[in-house]
Design a protein around this ligand. Structure first.
Ligand SMILES: Cc1cc2nc3c(=O)[nH]c(=O)nc-3n(C[C@H](O)[C@H](O)[C@H](O)COP(=O)(O)OP(=O)(O)OC[C@H]3O[C@@H](n4cnc5c(N)ncnc54)[C@H](O)[C@@H]3O)c2cc1C
Length: 386
């Protein structure tokens, strides 16, 4: 068992660490305050090849793996989570479904531009009536045999990267029929941005991730060619379970980055800030808090890397992904709360990165499967059924 990153992974880690420190850190606070999508930073991430990290070179990717994606996400989120989630959603929700389930033609049409960051893809699963129970999808897609087109109707909510100027497509899940015992058959369909009847609402006003794009989408008799079906008809449910299993590893890496960023900021501040005539970091109460935060970030890293290694070597990884997501999101919230406390009143001021980290941490216990859903998955893997 080797705990060291390969030279290529370590080189990537250093490159993204420097980018986050030199390019993201000085600029992102202003975008965040203005609730503005940071196009110039995202463009630069595209030039670096980050959106193509786990995809084959023949489709414009970097020929890397999911471990590489996690490493990049962790280093970005150490500094800022809005850019990290833009990358996470662009790769694991936007491009990965095409890579895993697309036809050769679909891959050639979409992946090269997604890998270069020229366009972003989104994944529309959640609906206003339910996210955790995604099998209850109400959006429908009916095949019009006369025109050979899908006709889509419904609403999706909270969809990341769905309304930017560079969004190229959203893959939506929709009911395309019913089984013999009247269960819904769900399929995934590619809807290009700008298709008539496809409306993208204004961005939500969010608690955190304020420099990322999240929208509600509505579909009113939206027509797309039959060939826009992604993967097999009726296999949409199984497809998104796979996408979410992988996505959880990526979110766990992102959460680890946030947890580590809280340690970085707290160590720095504890050395600089004086109270009662000495640095606050000379108090054991503060040292112990930071030591516990470091322990949690470290353990969280081991958990996501373990899940990623299993994924990369094609071993079962469902339980490890759920464990990593549950643990890392919990410690991200813990560390953000403690880092804010260590910063005192300044921790409540938006100009300090820890304030942003505090606001950005909570969603990690909700998105891509809530903590309750992770516990359900883990219990099921242990053989416990309801
Ligand atoms: C900023 C942001 C970005 C997002 N991006 C995307 C995206 O790109 N694509 C996408 O499809 N979705 C996206 N989502 C949606 C996200 O995945 C859902 O919000 C999440 O899965 C929870 O679904 P819900 O909000 O409908 O909550 P619900 O499913 O209604 O759950 C409400 C509460 O009930 C709990 N609960 C539900 N069922 C059970 C049960 N059986 N046992 C115990 N507790 C239960 C949940 O854990 C939760 O605490 C995003 C959300 C946000 C906020």
């Amino acid at each position: 068992m080797d705990h060291h990153l390969s030279p290529e992974h370590e080189e990537l880690r250093r490159t993204v660490e420097a980018f986050a420190h030199d390019v993201v850190a000085p600029k992102i606070g202003d975008f965040y305050e203005r609730h503005e999508f940071p196009y110039e930073i995202v463009r630069e991430m595209g030039r670096m090849g980050l959106f193509g990290l786990p995809f084959p070179e023949e489709y414009g990717g970097m020929g890397g793996d999911y471990l590489a994606l996690g490493i990049a996400l962790e280093e970005l989120a150490r500094v800022d989570s809005s850019v990290a989630i833009t990358l996470e959603a662009g790769v694991s929700l936007g491009a990965m479904p095409l890579h895993l389930f697309g036809t050769e033609e679909q891959k050639r049409e979409w992946l090269p531009r997604m890998c270069s960051g020229e366009i972003l893809g989104a994944f529309g699963l959640t609906e206003p009536d339910g996210g955790s129970d995604a099998g209850g999808t109400r959006t429908t897609a009916r095949l019009d045999e006369a025109t050979d087109e899908w006709v889509i109707n419904g609403t999706k909510c909270f969809i990341t990267n769905s309304g930017t100027d560079i969004t190229g497509l959203v893959t939506v899940t929709a009911v395309t029929g019913r089984t013999a015992d009247d269960k819904p058959l769900i399929s995934s369909i590619i809807v290009p941005s700008g298709t008539p009847g496809f409306t993208v609402a204004a961005p939500y006003s969010k608690v955190g991730w304020n420099a990322s794009d999240t929208r509600e989408l509505s579909f009113a008799d939206v027509r797309v060619p039959r060939a826009n079906l992604l993967g097999e008809l009726g296999r949409g449910y199984a497809q998104f379970l796979r996408i979410l299993d992988e996505g959880r590893v990526a979110i766990a890496a992102l959460a680890t980055g946030l947890a580590q960023g809280c340690v970085d900021e707290s160590v720095k501040y504890a050395k600089e800030r004086h109270a009662f005539g000495r640095p606050i970091g000379s108090n054991q109460a503060i040292q112990f808090k930071i030591a516990d935060m470091e322990m949690k970030a470290h353990t969280s890293r081991l958990a996501w890397r373990d899940a990623a290694s299993r994924l990369v070597s094609a071993e079962p990884f469902k339980k490890q992904a759920a464990l990593a997501k549950l643990y890392s999101s919990t410690v991200a919230v813990d560390n953000a709360r403690e880092a804010t406390q260590i910063h005192g009143g300044y921790g409540f001021m938006n100009e300090y990165p820890v304030a942003r980290m505090w606001r950005d941490s909570k969603i990690l216990e909700i998105g891509e499967g809530t903590s309750e859903v992770q516990r359900m998955l883990i219990a099921r893997e242990l053989g416990l059924t309801s």
